[in-house]
Design a binder for this molecule. Structure first.
Ligand code: PMP
Length: 290
């Protein structure tokens, strides 16, 4: 097998991944001052690329960061990252940080943002996770208050999620579910959450203070198309415990069934019919696009 090093994109240049460097004065490193997107490519096509680019722009605007390139050029750099690495099934991460500058919080200290694109071959999640479902734990760490650091911003400042992840790992769970400042179910550390109760699909309303997941939006659309009733609302932990079905979503996981919440079995303990329908609808939608 020929192993060749992945090339990372750093400010317009492709360099072998182990030689990719950014300054220790980069405010992304010093303060977590930056934004990112994670994407997945199927058959050489970045799924929902334009949605990811639009969200990147929203995040940039929300932190008063001027993107280093127009969105079309950022899209081209993402596609080029796949082609130079000869990847068809891939995980892609773009990160734009405030850039190097003197120590201090003022963004004006950083004249040029740093743009990095990292790719790697996509490694399929074990099929048994989709067949049996995963366990999640509701963690004590609360999701950031939207008036403090809005979860709608896809920020590289990830300590909130990492604290939640540490708790969920200690609980032996696959994903940690955070509540919002009022105690309503918000989202996972890297995912959005859904339940099914009496045939109705429920997910926390955006006003709960969550990231508007691109997978979440597509799943809601696919559910409506499949005539599944959808309700975006405020949800309590007890709604998770009493659900007939539960699943989490994100760009790489797609639709992942959840069969245990805090050690309580969800429904009959196996992925339910609505979850399975949406897993398939999502995969069909991917096939339609690639
Ligand atoms: N919530 C959080 C906190 C996340 O980090 C992610 C992953 N980006 C998601 C939700 C899911 O978003 P998407 O479907 O756009 O991948």
């Amino acid at each position: 097998m020929i192993v060749f090093p992945m090339l990372a994109y750093v400010n317009g240049h492709f360099v072998p991944r182990d030689e990719a460097r950014v300054s220790v004065y980069d405010h992304g490193y010093l303060y977590g001052d930056g934004i990112y997107e994670t994407m997945r490519a199927y058959g050489g096509n970045i799924f929902l690329l334009n949605r990811h680019l639009s969200r990147l722009k929203l995040s940039a605007d929300a932190i008063s960061l001027t993107l280093p390139l127009p969105l079309e050029k950022i899209g081209s750099a993402l596609i080029e990252s796949l082609t130079v690495n000869k990847l068809r099934e891939a995980y892609i991460r773009i990160q734009i940080s405030r850039g190097p500058g003197e120590i201090g919080l003022d963004p004006a200290l950083c004249p040029a943002p740093t743009m990095v694109i990292l790719v790697k071959p996509f490694k399929d999640y074990p099929a048994e996770l989709y067949e049996n479902g995963v366990a999640v734990a509701v963690v004590k760490t609360r999701r950031n208050h939207p008036l403090a650091q809005d979860p709608a911003i896809k920020s590289t400042n990830f300590l909130n999620n990492i604290l939640a992840k540490i708790e969920s790992l200690k609980a032996g769970a696959y994903e940690g579910i955070m509540l919002n400042w009022k105690g309503y179910v918000a989202e996972g550390t890297i995912s959005n959450i859904f339940t099914v109760k009496k045939g109705v699909l429920h997910t926390p309303h955006l006003d709960t203070g969550i990231l508007e997941g691109i997978t979440r939006d597509l799943v809601l659309l696919l559910a409506k198309r499949s005539k599944v009733r959808v309700q975006e609302s405020l949800m309590r932990t007890s709604d998770l415990y009493r659900a007939d079905e539960c699943f989490i979503t994100n760009t790489t996981l797609e639709v992942m069934p959840v069969t245990s919440v805090d050690g309580n079995q969800v429904g009959s303990g196996i992925p339910g019919p609505v979850t399975k329908k949406l897993i398939n609808a999502y995969r069909n939608e991917v096939q339609r696009h690639v």
